[in-house]
Design a protein around this ligand. Structure first.
Ligand SMILES: Cc1cc2nc3c(=O)[nH]c(=O)nc-3n(C[C@H](O)[C@H](O)[C@H](O)COP(=O)(O)OP(=O)(O)OC[C@H]3O[C@@H](n4cnc5c(N)ncnc54)[C@H](O)[C@@H]3O)c2cc1C
Length: 272
């Protein structure tokens, strides 16, 4: 089995996220990090590999992003991925969700994975949709919010198939249990596991693991379908949330008057 994990470089959690009004794109000038949700996807891949119920030939981390995104790939390999692929091309800069998903799918097609894993969301865009877009382009089934994943024994696989997964996905009313044939695209919820910390040795060795940097044309991306100008969604503006009015403080003087003030306040707002 070959597993590809989609990983993304995002602004560090401590950095205030803002859009550069001159370009309409996210300001990515500050400190950046591997999207924390993606560490759960890498951990899920490693648990399948180390679990031994199916042989996993390799775990490949895949990203699309500017030169700096290579650091997210180094982090991914320090967490266990065997190698990484970086789609980096000015043609894809400014792509919206649909264009990003298309370009990632083309990059994945070249790898022919049996399983594609993603995080549930990115910490910056928070669209929660890339998994579905990628699956549609690859013609693979897709599941979201998966919090448990077991590879089914090979006897139950259809002839010629690459296996199946029995998944539990988190829903508002409880859990769905879903059987899914591979190849498939799965985005994992952050409740699926506790990601490991990379060892010092793994961090030091990360830059030595194979990294394949590819352009849009290398993976067959049609330049007319990617980039800001070719994206259906255009950023037109952002407003900060309205400032909250100061709250009213009713001092507790342990008197009937305090209670009356609170009741009057609630009554005025029809909360009683
Ligand atoms: C008008 C517009 C312009 C934009 N311009 C830019 C831009 O110039 N530069 C830019 O970086 N973004 C840009 N974006 C945002 C970009 O399209 C989104 O980041 C991207 O579509 C993914 O959405 P998301 O990050 O919310 O993914 P989600 O669906 O929330 O992420 C789920 C998972 O998908 C995977 N994933 C998401 N993105 C990537 C990626 N790039 N590589 C690998 N895996 C990934 C990760 O596993 C992640 O956990 C723009 C968006 C819009 C709407």
């Amino acid at each position: 089995m070959k597993i590809c994990v989609l990983v993304k470089e995002v602004p560090d959690a401590a950095v205030e996220k803002k859009v550069d009004p001159s370009t309409g794109r996210m300001d990515r000038s500050g400190e950046k990090n591997l999207n924390p949700y993606d560490t759960h996807a890498i951990e899920a891949a490693m648990q399948i590999k180390e679990g031994g119920s199916v042989p996993v030939e390799e775990v490949v981390a895949v990203t699309m992003g500017p030169d700096s995104a290579v650091r997210a790939l180094h982090k991914a390999v320090s967490l266990g991925a065997d190698r990484s692929v970086h789609l980096s091309d000015p043609a894809v800069a400014g792509s919206d969700v649909a264009a990003t998903g298309y370009a990632l799918a083309k990059t994945l097609q070249r790898e022919s994975p049996d399983l594609v894993l993603l995080g549930q969301q990115s910490d910056d865009g928070e669209c929660y949709t890339i998994g579905a877009v990628v699956a549609e382009h690859l013609g693979m089934p897709s599941l979201t919010q998966v919090i448990k994943m077991d590879v089914e024994p090979s006897e139950s696989h259809p002839p010629g198939g690459s296996g199946s997964l029995r998944c539990e996905r988190q829903a508002e009313y409880g859990y769905d249990t879903v059987q899914i044939e591979l190849p498939a695209v799965i985005s994992v919820g952050d409740a699926i596991n506790e990601p490991r910390y990379p060892s010092l040795k793994a961090i030091m060795g990360a830059k030595k693991k194979p990294l394949d940097t590819v352009t849009a044309s290398d993976v067959g991306v049609d330049p007319a379908k990617v980039g800001g100008d070719n994206s259906g969604a255009q950023w037109v503006g952002a407003k900060p949330p309205p400032a909250k009015a100061a709250g009213e403080i009713i001092e507790d003087e342990d008197t009937g008057e305090t209670v009356e003030k609170i009741i009057a306040w609630l009554d005025q707002r029809k909360l009683l």
